[in-house]
Design a binder for this molecule. Structure first.
Ligand SMILES: *Cc1c(COP(=O)(O)O)cnc(C)c1O
Length: 378
């Protein structure tokens, strides 16, 4: 029996242990210590964002976004049907209604025309998720948000370091959220960040992240005691998480070049087979820089997709499908509404699969994946 090739393996950096030992040997393991500062500076450097706040997860960064936008039961947020649950649940938690819209199947991202058609006087924000770290059509989405005076939230969990026309994903809209869950390119087990450019939002976010207090100002010596200022929660990660994250971010270029090596191998080896079998490979428009977060194939139909998953599984290769559309999920029916059926999202969800992709995936393993895929006849 040959070794199983798993779908994803978290990167590890040797410096993580040193950083962790430094925290364990210190008297400071709650948040906002030296590793929080250092990791935050690296995120700002990678994204060019004027400000960034580490959070306990991307889901919590999305919750912070919903708090900052003061979403409530009278409000609607436009959310792509094909997205992760965090975006929808963070909005629903404030009582807002998720209005699900269809995607552009060429990227898996929100379709700006579908978003435009879903705008009502209650719309407060549009949520964009850059699928696989390939930017959405930001020109159309920015125009739509500006014309209607509404916010654009970028769920950039896949897109750290990705670009759209040279601008970093996560910094183009009103706010951007990052995930450092261990299935993401850079991770600390569980963690996240909120990227902001507006100073007023930033100072409010800092308070909301720290139980509604101005503790961050107090630590900087800007106020002589700290007290309850606003609503908020406990979204600041501990130094233990920040220590691991800082070590990973220090190796960001290595992680990314390794992931691109794997991605490029698939993109180079599979086109002939794909053309012969009516399979579509993941596509990156020319004006976007992607992050090699994932590599997907779109099969002609659900049966051939399931067939390829089973074919690869029989050869010890794990190649999973991805999101189940939010609009048709149990909570989506309860907390959202869907003005127009999201048929492209349903088709995309039913026909894609993702190939194994992680740093240090060996050339031999990659060869096995390519051989197994190209053996398959649709
Ligand atoms: C992983 C992921 C999240 C959630 O991230 P957490 O840090 O686990 O909360 C949100 N959105 C997308 C697109 C994701 O892939």
């Amino acid at each position: 029996m040959t070794d199983r090739i798993i779908f994803s393996r978290p990167f590890r950096s040797a410096a993580e242990r040193d950083n962790l030992m430094a925290v364990l040997d210190s008297d400071h393991s709650h948040g906002d210590g030296q590793f929080t500062k250092s990791a935050t500076a690296k995120i700002k450097q990678i994204t060019g964002s004027p400000s960034a706040l580490l959070t306990t997860s991307c889901t919590h960064a999305l919750e912070l976004s919903a708090l900052l936008l003061e979403l409530g039961p009278d409000d609607e947020v436009i959310v792509p049907s094909f997205a992760f649950t965090s975006a929808a649940t963070a909005m629903a938690l404030r009582g807002a209604t998720c209005v699900f819209v269809d995607i552009d199947e060429s990227t898996g991202n929100i379709d700006p025309e579908a978003a435009a058609a879903a705008i009502t006087p209650r719309t407060k924000a549009i949520l964009v998720m850059h699928y696989g770290g390939v930017g959405a059509d930001m020109e159309a989405l920015l125009a739509l948000a500006n014309a209607n005076g509404i916010a654009l939230i970028e769920d950039n969990a896949h897109g750290l370091g990705g670009t759209w026309r040279g601008q970093a994903l996560g910094t183009i809209g009103t706010m951007g959220t990052q995930s450092f869950h261990d299935t993401k390119n850079v991770h600390c087990g569980e963690g996240g960040a909120l990227l902001l450019s507006d100073e007023i939002l930033m100072s409010r976010a800092e308070i909301m992240r720290e139980k509604g207090t101005d503790r961050a100002r107090f630590l900087r010596g800007q106020v002589d005691k700290y007290s309850w200022q606003d609503i908020g929660s406990s979204y600041l990660p501990s130094e233990l998480n920040a220590a691991v994250l800082d070590a990973q971010l220090a190796e960001f270029d290595t992680i990314q070049s390794e992931r691109h090596r794997v991605w490029n191998t698939y993109a180079t080896a599979l086109p002939d087979w794909a053309a012969r079998n009516d399979v579509r490979l993941m596509h990156v428009p020319d004006d976007r820089g992607h992050t090699a977060h994932l590599f997907y194939l779109q099969l002609p139909n659900e049966d051939s997709r399931d067939g390829l998953i089973a074919h690869l599984s029989a050869r010890g290769i794990v190649a999973p499908f991805h999101y189940i559309p939010l609009d048709s999920s149990a909570a989506g029916l309860k907390y959202g509404r869907t003005p127009v059926p999201c048929t492209r999202s349903a088709n995309f969800s039913a026909t894609i699969l993702r190939l194994p992709l992680w740093p240090m995936l060996s050339e031999a393993q990659l060869g096995r994946v390519v051989d197994a895929v190209t053996e398959y006849q649709v």
